[in-house]
Design a protein around this ligand. Structure first.
Ligand code: ZN
Length: 244
């Protein structure tokens, strides 16, 4: 099986369309959450995810838009975008986001979560310590997470008690080893934060036991202009050019 892994679309239609055009050689696409929030096309992005993804998980921005999370934890820009998105979201897409699970084991092949296994929609896996806590909770050889918008992997050798960090911000492959467990972030589709403005996604090939992270160009200018035109904070448009 070949699984496409996408995450953190954040209402960026141009980025999502470019990723879906590039990801055609897979059997199933899984979305790790944050379909909405920040970008100007929350409904269009929900509709494409509903159409193309067999499984989707709930992200913290999705939960915040639904009123399931305390907004005091969000910075002002994020809060503004959450409140704006709440006004835009139609009833079908609201029901879709409400139906999403927070953790899912997919075909016994891998675990999918937005944040971490310890705290599925809120915790950021940012370092060896937070990665280790989730790696010890993993019931499959590999887990995919999002939330940080940084393409990277943690490779854990339980017998040696060693964790290695793999930078995937310019794409790349991770060949899985039998004696290791993995947590992989395939990067953000709609708001990359690893200093590379290209949209990011992953492909997990279970036969070859390899994960590939792929970066694609998209129409950043249009996505950014739509954010400005919607009256959302200008910094949300600017950061798309920086990949920050
Ligand atoms: Zn996100």
């Amino acid at each position: 099986m070949r699984y496409g892994i996408i995450s953190d679309i954040h209402g960026n239609l141009e980025a999502l369309e470019s990723v879906l055009a590039a990801i055609n050689d897979v059997d199933v696409i899984v979305c790790l959450g944050d379909v909405v929030g920040y970008g100007a096309n929350p409904n269009e992005c929900c509709e494409l995810v509903r159409e193309h993804c067999k499984v989707a998980l709930l992200g913290n921005h999705d939960a915040a838009v639904l009123g399931m999370m305390d907004l005091t934890w969000f910075n002002e820009m994020a809060r503004t975008a959450v409140l704006w998105t709440r006004e835009q979201l139609n009833r079908d897409n609201w029901a879709f986001l409400e139906s999403l699970p927070t953790v899912k084991c997919i075909d016994d092949a891998f675990t999918a979560v937005h944040g971490s296994l310890r705290n599925p929609i809120e915790e950021y896996i940012l370092d060896h310590f937070t990665a280790h806590a989730s790696l010890t909770m993993l019931n499959t050889r590999i887990g995919f997470f999002g939330h940080t918008h940084i393409a990277e992997a943690y490779e854990w050798f339980p017998r040696m008690q060693k964790i290695y960090h793999i930078n995937l911000s310019h794409g790349g492959e991770v060949q899985l080893r039998d004696d290791a467990r993995y947590l992989v972030n395939c990067g953000g589709v709609g708001q990359p934060r690893d200093d590379n403005p290209q949209a990011s996604f992953g492909v997990y090939d279970t036969e070859g036991q390899v994960v590939e992270v792929i970066r694609v160009d998209y129409d950043v200018e249009t996505a950014a202009q739509k954010i400005v035109d919607a009256g959302l904070p200008a910094l949300l448009a600017q950061r798309l050019f920086w990949g920050r």
